[in-house]
Write a protein that binds this ligand. Sequence first.
Ligand SMILES: Cc1cc2nc3c(=O)[nH]c(=O)nc-3n(C[C@H](O)[C@H](O)[C@H](O)COP(=O)(O)OP(=O)(O)OC[C@H]3O[C@@H](n4cnc5c(N)ncnc54)[C@H](O)[C@@H]3O)c2cc1C
Length: 441
Amino acid sequence: MNINTDVVIVGTGASGLFCALNLPSSRHITLITKSDLESSDSFLAQGGICMLKNEEDYESYFNDTLKAGHYENNRTSVDIMIRSSRDIINDLISYGVDFQKDDNGFCFTREGGHSDKRILFHEDVTGKEITSKLLARVKTLPNVTMLEYTTMIDIITDDTNGCTGIIARNNSGETFSISASYTILACGGIGGLYTHSTNFPHLTGDALAISLKHGVELENIDYIQIHPTTFYSEKPGRRFLISESVRGEGAVLLNAHMERFTNELLPRDVLTSKIREQMKKDGKPFVWLSMAPIPKETIIKHFPNIYNYCLSEGYDVTKEPIPVVPAQHYFMGGVKVNSSSRTTLKRLYAIGETSCNGVHGANRLASNSLLEALVFAKRAAGEITDTYSAIDCDTVKSYNESDNQVLPDTETLCEEYKKAVLEEIELQKSKRTVKKDSEMR
Ligand SMILES: Cc1cc2nc3c(=O)[nH]c(=O)nc-3n(C[C@H](O)[C@H](O)[C@H](O)COP(=O)(O)OP(=O)(O)OC[C@H]3O[C@@H](n4cnc5c(N)ncnc54)[C@H](O)[C@@H]3O)c2cc1C
């Protein structure tokens, strides 16, 4: 079975779905996901999504993003993201997304690194609220086909057209090609490469490994964000996030003697170092987070997901502190793209956490990632729509069963890909250290 389509989107998280919604209904779109449709990090986002509240907040929002990113951000990308935020929120509302409101309009919350409240939220399940509504809308589109449990194992390239689609494998072990005039990588982050991560374990950076293999440029792939507060557990598997907005609403960090030891709203990387230092001093694998300063009603109304999860782990957060530890959380680097999400290979785009347009610099400001994913997914769709040119799918080199021996089984391939990405991360880290050392001399 080989498939011909106009646009293939690899990934059904917020970026992939939103991109599909912004492509013309006259184009046939094929979306694939490695897992089921609900298993994307987009469904896990708790805290919220930033929005430019008013013109007076522009400079402060811009500066907070740059400060968190150690001033390594691409300023044009940051400006585009902030300026597009209200339109994106209006789009979401038109798809039925419900943000917390009161009599005065939107309610805004705050997280680390923000000098003002500018984050929209839906309880502590904002990602699920947004992504489930996008998914429901995509399911109604007659021009879209979605394939679950289908993994991209390579891209197809030729000298004239650049990228002409992908090679995929489903969970029956069937390998086939999806020929497309445009290919969009929306494969999320790299948490699956780490033992302790808040991400789904199937997010292993496949798009990065495949890009490396084809000489598609990557950027800042050693910039990996650690979230300071995840629920400490000795059980294996994904780490449960304790959203930064809990600290934004007043929760405090305590050492082994139950004393406060830091400012809880420092940017993520700085706070992570403070927590690690404290863990070392205390000789413990965690510190404590107390929600005592937050009224019980606020905890139950704003953070029902966190409240219930902690209860299931034996902690009532309205009465006692919980153990927390830093864990891998987000990936600032990725496949290098321009401000329309175009990669360095013709007809290949990358969006969401897989891509790097420089918005986040060296460290992401809280609640900027869903916004960035949606803004630049829409821009990719816009450019493809405006410049569309079809390739002749019949001339595309399609996957042939007789080549089967060329591609190893999925498990071997995944291990090869993971190894390639981890090695590249280490290589970039050491190059950066050498560069910094020579700059200091
Ligand atoms: C616990 C948690 C809380 C968060 N909270 C917030 C928050 O409050 N605010 C905020 O802005 N951001 C938050 N984030 C970050 C944000 O959720 C993600 O950055 C964003 O949702 C990424 O969207 P995406 O579309 O790029 O990728 P994802 O939503 O991760 O989707 C990736 C998709 O790619 C598919 N895929 C991957 N590889 C392949 C392959 N080889 N073949 C086929 N399919 C593949 C996956 O199956 C999946 O469908 C949070 C993240 C986590 C983990």
